[in-house]
Write a protein that binds this ligand. Structure first.
Ligand SMILES: [Zn+2]
Length: 173
């Protein structure tokens, strides 16, 4: 089975076996997510699975290394100001390839945009676990700073978290 066929088969299964009632309800009545989650694109870090959430519950922004720039901030602003979400979670994870690449001075081409951003947030730290937490904390602080003077969402709550790949446990910072 080639990859597109694999995806198509997965979608057929989802259309038939997924929660059709919830799909229709959320398609008709819109989305009312209760949290914004900024996390890594790593295929093992799936917020809906990690937080036992379903359609319409989480507004998810995934980018390798959970880096933050204008597109991510714009997505947060949209969900907070227009969908009235009250909590943003910035979630890093153990053994993050993007953080490790930054620590080892790797990352060419477009990847360097990500690793350079991570290096700015971790400073001299070279321990992967501590670096991941520093990177998350920097994201939390940046979101607070960028929206501090925002008329509608200046008081939005922003929390940092780290997900542990093997145990599935989220530690709140
Ligand atoms: Zn990662």
């Amino acid at each position: 089975m080639d990859v597109q066929n694999r995806l198509a088969a997965g979608n057929r299964h989802y259309v038939l076996e997924g929660n059709a009632a919830l799909r229709q309800e959320t398609a008709k009545n819109g989305q009312h997510p209760y949290a914004i989650v900024v996390c890594c694109s790593d295929s093992r870090v799936i917020p809906e699975e990690i937080f036992s959430a379903s359609l319409g519950e989480l507004f998810v922004i995934r980018v390798a290394g959970n880096v933050l720039d204008r597109h991510q901030l714009g997505s947060i602003e949209y969900a907070a100001a227009h969908l009235h979400v009250k909590l943003v979670v910035v979630m890093g994870h153990s053994d993050c390839g993007a953080v490790n690449a930054a620590l080892h001075g790797e990352g060419s081409g477009f990847i360097s945009y990500i690793t350079e951003d991570i290096l700015k947030t971790i400073g001299e730290e070279r321990d992967p676990g501590k670096a991941a937490r520093l990177h998350v904390q920097s994201g939390v602080e940046r979101i607070r700073r960028e929206f501090a003077d925002h008329e509608e969402i200046g008081s939005i709550e922003v929390r940092g978290a780290v997900y542990e790949l093997a145990s599935g446990k989220v530690t709140w910072l």
